[in-house]
Design a protein around this ligand. Sequence first.
Ligand SMILES: C[S@@+](CC[C@H](N)C(=O)[O-])C[C@H]1O[C@@H](n2cnc3c(N)ncnc32)[C@H](O)[C@@H]1O
Length: 397
Amino acid sequence: MNTDPTSPAQPFEIFLVAAPGLEPVLCAEASDRGFTNPTMVKGGVTVTGGWPEVWRANLELRGATRVLARIASFRALHLAQLDKRARRVPWAEILRADVPVRVEASCKASRIYHAGAAAQRIERAIAEELGAPIVKAAPKKTGKPADKDAPEEDTRAVQIKARIDDDLCTISVDSSGESLHKRGHKEAVNKAPMRETLAALFLRQCGYDGREPVPVVDPMCGSGTFVIEAAEIAAGLKPGRSRSFAFEQLANFDPARWQSLRGSTGTVTPPPVRFYGSDRDAGAITMSRANAERAGVGAWTDFAHHAISDLTPPEGPPGLVIVNPPYGARIGEGKSLIPLYHAMGQTLKTRFAGWRVGIITNEAALAKATELPFQEGGVSVSNGGIRVTLYQTGVLG
Ligand SMILES: C[S@@+](CC[C@H](N)C(=O)[O-])C[C@H]1O[C@@H](n2cnc3c(N)ncnc32)[C@H](O)[C@@H]1O
């Protein structure tokens, strides 16, 4: 990693943010995609590379929530030192004077303990050394009526993250902007959609990495997330192909090189199998079809309106059933769902011999109600604030 802020030499450390608990799965994906030195750390995976790798990580990795480029790292024992060293970061090589910047700081086990004061020193260094406009982070929305008057985040602003840990200040640029689960295709979502990044990591955890595409069935597909992700993986479509990224606003962005990276990696192979979603809610099926069309996978996906009790396996080879059934917001609230889980388990056990099953839910009692032979060891992960676990079976007998 580049530890001298006066020298922006490449390669530097690139931090891939992962949903806590799924770091090993993202690490395997980064390794499969040929990133250098993938190393698992708490909350993510580090790889090394230069800006083209930062772009490629945003374009190709399905499981990363965002990609941070660690542009500088130096010791800072007090605010005056932070001020001085932050001014020596070659801001003009990375940021543009006409693009607003937002700075967020955190302090842990350090002599500098006031995150607000630390952020202010870095903001001032950027404003005075480069002249870029500084915007303040909008306060977190609480859902209270007064919030409707709260300022909206400036989504054009580039985010700088400073982390001071054990007196070492690491400065990163958020190269992604909007969270990477927003692939740019989904306009319609139902009540509790699975984030695409999580869906992709759960599919990979179930052994589905696109190397040997098998049919994938989601019998409670909602907005179609698992089905669409699985079809994209099988077709070799890059998850970031349709969206924009914060790195396009940086001083070092090279549009021609980006175009060639985006174009050259987009070989679409029609998958040899199909991907199936169903739901008892007719609106969910309309939504899923529209989302699949926008994602360019409409030709390889089938969505049908029926309840799980009417589910039968599609013709052809067995594959993977992956499903995220309804669950209660809090532990214990899901009791009324036990009959639904039980019936789902019976349907899968009696009709899906030869298939593997992955169920994502938030209560062990609900998983147990299916009476499916789950393997040990699912990790619990936060999906929109609710902790969920993937329960997986081997091949059903
Ligand atoms: C948590 S949501 C799934 C979200 C989905 N994974 C997504 O990313 O949008 C649960 C879905 O199960 C469906 N559902 C509930 N009971 C069902 C049943 N008996 N048969 C089929 N679908 C059902 C609901 O309509 C809802 O769309």
